[in-house]
Design a protein around this ligand. Sequence first.
Ligand code: GDP
Ligand code: MG
Length: 602
Amino acid sequence: YPSDNIRNFSIIAHVDHGKSTLADRLLELTGTIRKGHGQPQYLDKLQVERERGITVKAQTATMFHRHKFLGSDTDFLLNLIDTPGHVDFSYEVSRSLAACQGALLVVDAAQGVQAQTVANFYLAFESNLAIIPVINKIDQPTADPDRVKAQLKSMFDLDPSDALLTSAKTGQGLEQVLPAVIERIPPPPGKSTSPLRMLLLDSYYDEYKGVICHVAIVDGALHKGDKICSAATGQSYEVNDVGILHPELVPTGILLTGQVGYIVSGMRSTKEARIGDTLHHTRTVIQSLPGFKPAKHMVFSGLYPADGSDFEALNHAIERLTCNDASVSVTKESSTALGLGFRCGFLGLLHMDVFHQRLEQEHGAHVISTVPTVPYIFEYSDESKLQVQNPAALPSNPKNRLVACWEPTVIATIIIPSEYVGSVITLCAERRGEQLEYSFIDSQRAFMKYRMPLREIVVDFYNELKSITSGYASFDYEDSEYQASDLVKLDILLNGQPVDAMATIVHRSKAPRVGRELVEKLKKFIDRQMFEIIIQAAIGSKVIARETVSAMRKNVLAKCYGGDITRKKKLLEKQKEGKKRMKRVGSVDIPQEAFHELLKVS
Ligand code: GDP
Ligand code: MG
């Protein structure tokens, strides 16, 4: 396939607008996968993806399609790169787009343009991709394609007559999609006569084959047996296997200019496979490709084994998982309350949840995670700066005087039906937001931009936004600069002992309310024990909230009237069960749920 007969495209959309379903249909249409293969969303391979109905990892598939082009039947090789739509994964989206010359911008015919439609459109637009608008789900009774066309025109200046109308469900309109891809998206621009340059798009670890890299051949060609070299590390490798993703690995022995495929080259860990790296033949001198912006960690949380002895198991699970998700940062840390664990940095909250869930589901780890925090910066009188990813690490009595605190902010995009404007403005003000823009997409929908502290978004913002707008709000954010802020460290004390894993950093104005909510939540979750427990929230030595759990009088067994052995056994079993999920802090048992509940206090 000369590169003139190759098209590399991606599908981008707001979550749930039908990207993965459309991808499935295109794979069926081209005979790449069989119809009715049983599992919907073929490319969503991970269990979390199926359960949550979201795409986390971008997946790639090569298809073949014959099309009448410039008057004669021509065979085309089409590389489809499915992308995640959720905000946390826009890193994956921009990565996928780097290997594409065009994108299908899918918009739900009933819901219209949503926040991530806007975000994804701009990612594609900035990468100079040809954009084909696809109005999907036209089978729905509430579909209003004309309204969506008008939105596309007013928001993105896309010509309404360019829009394709489809239903990935009924199949209506799908036949226009691939011809549009072939005719409107340019072929990859690389030079087949230049020395090999390939972009490393993604990598994962396979039990049998070792590290598998997804690559885009930008210039030149790659053959099996070639000796290649990483521009980033200078390391050389021999290509043992090379082929296309069809969508399973199909060896071809060769990849030509413009193609996307996989290589296996004896890399020992995915750490060697640096995403965004340029690979080239050894002994050729090339200019590196632009690569990608490094992933930015927005949210940090401590991960500890739920059962103190499982540290090694958790260590192993995290190592295995980060092999396939290099966007997580991991450092060891220890906590007096929870023992040995890890401080992990994530791209966002959903990313954190997904990582947590994958640890438990795919690697059988049991994990306690601490309250998520954002990276703050504290500046002292000797001009030293401290980046704090773990509130417990912030010294309570620093050597030098604290002169300033800085917190990360984001620019949030919110799209809502007009009737909710008032309540959303109130919510954003409560969350210390500053309105930057307020306009209307059409007669029914408002578009707002806010600068907000990241911290305010991390804690349950999206859920609250959804609930005050009956689920109609859509939301996206991008990171912005740090701003000066009046921050304090809030300690939680049990019987006078600070629990390091429960410390948080909050804005001073919010400390009293957050402190009160935290101790009230904890009180509900800590069972009465043989002695009285005092729960306090404090800033430095100043207690700002307090609750007491009174001592337990009766023994569990007192309920058994002597003889009934099975009941007694059952009760003891139950008590043991309960114990398993406890963390002992000083002399106080804290159930695992307590840590989870604390995550939800803003
Ligand atoms: P993604 O998040 O953009 O990948 O969206 P999915 O492909 O996972 O689709 C989200 C939901 O919309 C699924 O329940 C699909 O079955 C459904 N869906 C996708 N396309 C259509 C369509 O054309 N019509 C209707 N009625 N439902 C669709
Ligand atoms: Mg999907």
